[in-house]
Design a protein around this ligand. Structure first.
Ligand SMILES: [Zn+2]
Ligand SMILES: [Zn+2]
Length: 178
């Protein structure tokens, strides 16, 4: 484990949202949102309506900028996010999750809480100087974010689909050359 569970979960959730904007878009309606919430079970206020979906969609470009920023720019993004709402930090333990920090109360809109959780996770990334774990997928045709939480820093693609496609291409290139 590179970061704590809650930090890694928050990073995965943010990357999922950003990558959902890649063609074909996978966050269009409440069913798509339900799929997101199954993988990333947010507690607190969940409207599960089209307005909430729209707010998450609107957040994606900002999350992308935050996640792919240089270290100093990332810190600026985090400070901006933290300054936007009145924070009421509290340590909680609930639903099987060990002690972790909630920065605002549960009644804040989901997009706001996703933004803040991403900011909190990026604090760990910045402090550990581990920003290189977030990058654009190495596939030439893919702009999704690759999140590398492996110990040996071996993950360069956003998904197994991209990894396999490139493994096959590399194999063909080697055969053609040999
Ligand atoms: Zn929680
Ligand atoms: Zn990719």
């Amino acid at each position: 484990m590179i970061f704590t569970d809650d930090t890694e979960d928050a990073l995965r959730a943010a990357v999922w949202l950003v990558n959902s904007a890649e063609d074909p878009d996978t966050l269009n309606d409440v069913d798509d949102e339900a799929a997101f919430l199954r993988d990333f079970p947010y507690t607190g206020r969940l409207d599960r309506d089209q307005a909430e979906v729209a707010s998450l969609r609107a957040l994606r470009p900002r999350l992308r900028s935050m996640l792919l920023a240089s270290r100093d720019e990332m810190a600026a993004h985090v400070n901006e996010a933290l300054a936007e709402v009145r924070l009421t930090p509290r340590l909680l333990r609930h639903d099987g999750a060990d002690w972790h920090l909630h920065t605002v109360t549960d009644d804040h809109p989901l997009d706001e809480r996703v933004l803040l959780e991403t900011a909190m996770a990026l604090i760990d990334v910045i402090r550990a100087d581990e920003g290189s774990r977030l990058s654009v997928c190495e596939d030439d045709t893919c702009l999704a974010i690759a999140l590398d939480l492996s110990r040996n820093r071996s993950k360069r693609y956003c998904s197994t689909t991209c990894a396999n496609r490139n493994a096959v291409a590399a194999y063909r290139a080697r055969r053609a050359a040999g």
